[in-house]
Design a protein around this ligand. Structure first.
Ligand SMILES: *Cc1c(COP(=O)(O)O)cnc(C)c1O
Length: 345
């Protein structure tokens, strides 16, 4: 079998959720949009629900419906994209809570599903989603007279604790919500780490659950082991792969493994990345292909059966740095071809 194995440690996800929840006086939700950042929303959410998580956030209604089937009745499922055309049946039947982003969405929701719960998303400066202060001021009393469950906003620069945007957004969010008797939510993972002022009633961590920055003490969650298909010897001067990018400087042993950029292993990470045989790094030789990567295993002294791209020796943020991106993109790029194996949970 040449399928690479992605192992997801559900105990680590639960431990990360508990550690973040312990920092917050209020409640802590779990953000499981984009299939729990590529790791499998159903398994991840079920483990977290067993550990005590009662509130979940997804991006779109279809994700919410799938999650409801996995979790059953009880937990609250919020939709960050709000209430879009065609969503009403799913929202009603699956008991989902749209985070209303505009007057438009508000009208759509109360007309299609009168009496059904919703939240509001407020723009405190990011200018991505949510109602502007004036829009909210005009709508507020109508919203408060309905089944309004949550008021939230999102931080643009929380990963930079010294950024002036954080206190600006905090002040704006407070100005829009102070004195209203409805639960509030502002903090993602980075926002939790900014301190208690940012926590309000409900925190919304995503990346920290999955072992990513800026939650520095997170337990690593993913391991990726890729089978070796073939090994060969090169004499000095021979080349490897497309464009002859790698030239052997000595007698070299090359192992070819069964994964590539079609599996989310970004080409850009190639020049700075190694695969690991236990604790020994074996550098990628030449360009990452669609389904294959060549690896210099000369110094290993034997032919490995598999090589590891993600694990204790190399975390998602290492790969992210190597590819000039962020851990979120490394996780959500993880390929559909991998065998996903769950441990713990
Ligand atoms: C994705 C997202 C989160 C989670 O953010 P992390 O940085 O992954 O913790 C929280 N809130 C909103 C609105 C989001 O889009």
């Amino acid at each position: 079998m040449s399928t690479a194995t992605l192992t997801i440690d559900l105990d680590a996800v639960v431990a990360n959720w508990r550690a973040l929840a312990a920092l917050c006086a209020g409640e802590t939700a779990a953000v499981v949009k984009a299939n729990a950042y590529g790791l499998g929303a159903e398994r991840v959410a079920r483990s977290l629900a067993r550990a005590g998580a009662r509130q979940f956030f997804v991006a779109i209604a279809e994700e919410g419906a799938t999650l409801r089937q996995a979790l059953g009745p009880g937990p609250q499922i919020y939709l960050l994209s709000g209430h879009m055309p065609g969503d009403a049946d799913m929202i009603g039947d699956m008991d989902l809570i749209p985070m209303i982003n505009s007057v438009h969405q508000m009208i759509r929701h109360v007309e299609a599903l009168p009496g059904k719960p919703f939240g509001v998303q407020l723009d405190s400066g990011m200018n991505r989603l949510g109602m502007e202060p004036a829009e909210w001021a005009a709508l507020r009393d109508v919203a408060l007279a309905q089944d309004l469950r949550l008021m939230m906003s999102h931080l643009a620069c929380a990963d930079d604790p010294d950024h002036a945007m954080n206190t600006r957004q905090l002040a704006q969010f407070r100005a829009m919500t102070d004195g209203l008797e409805v639960p509030r939510s502002l903090a993602n993972t980075a926002g939790i780490l900014l301190g208690a002022d940012y926590h309000f009633d409900l925190a919304r961590p995503g990346i920290g659950l999955y072992g990513g920055r800026p939650f520095a003490t997170a337990r690593p969650v993913v391991t990726l082991d890729i089978p070796v298909i073939q090994c060969r010897d090169l004499t000095a001067g021979e080349t490897v792969g497309y464009g002859n990018d790698f030239t052997a400087a000595r007698e070299t042993r090359i192992a070819t493994v069964a994964a590539g950029y079609a599996d989310g292993i970004l080409r850009a990470m190639g020049p700075r990345t190694s695969l690991w045989a236990e604790d020994i790094p074996c550098p990628i030789a030449g360009r990452i292909s669609m389904d294959l990567i060549c690896v210099d295993v000369t110094d290993l002294g034997h032919d490995p059966k598999t090589l590891q791209l993600l694990g204790a020796s190399q975390l998602i943020d290492h790969l992210a740095d190597n590819a000039a991106t962020i851990g979120y993109e490394i996780l959500t790029s993880l390929g559909a071809r991998y065998l996903r194996r769950y441990i713990g949970g």
